[in-house]
Design a protein around this ligand. Sequence first.
Ligand code: ZN
Length: 251
Amino acid sequence: MDKINLERIRTWSEKALKEYLILRNKDVDGDFETLVFRVFSAIENETPIDNESEDRQRLLVCEYKSKLILRGCVIPDPFSLKKNWLSESGSGLYKWPSIYYTDIEKYLRKLEQPDELMNRLDSDYKEGKAYRYYKCEFVKEIYFHEITEESDFCFLKSRVTPSQRTSSTPYHVWAAVKKDNERPGGEINSAYCTCIAGLLGCCNHVIAMLFRVEAAVCTGATKPSCTSVFAKWKVPSGIKTVLTHKPLCDV
Ligand SMILES: [Zn+2]
């Protein structure tokens, strides 16, 4: 395979690379360039599609699509929304819906999470330790998307670093959350993470992003009148590096 083909693979989205590899039972860990070379190698070796993987992938796609159904209506895939994401350091923070711990708890209970996890989160929260889930800038800058002006729900998305390896490639996380209107929103409809356990929508990375939003809501940082609070609210600096490497639409 010549250089042109490698270049061509680099034009694929990260999602497309991963789908290609999953279908062939290949590892999907690593940065973009690692995925490109793995796909390159699979094409070169004519690695066939693994039938079991294909079935599994079909199920995963169905599961993923079910997250994009809101009260009977289909909402767009946040990964396909290229424009109109409002950054946390811009005006996005003021649009974050009022997610409180009760919303996070209700969402996790809806997903029938084990009592052990619920009890641990409950204790951590009551002991003021929920920050542990997003400390050390594990959760990068959070972006807001209104979907449409009329939509009752919005998207929040971020990149979350695997907690054990702060230098490794962050996972992509999103959540569909009810907007604040006349009444506070915060109801979590669905969430997703690109980590191995992320399809369920309740991995540590999703929880970390939700807890960081909750902290901003509880401290008043999401209210434009609280300018002194915003001054103290820390937007993760890591995003600056991320943006120089990849356009925002790929987040
Ligand atoms: Zn995850």
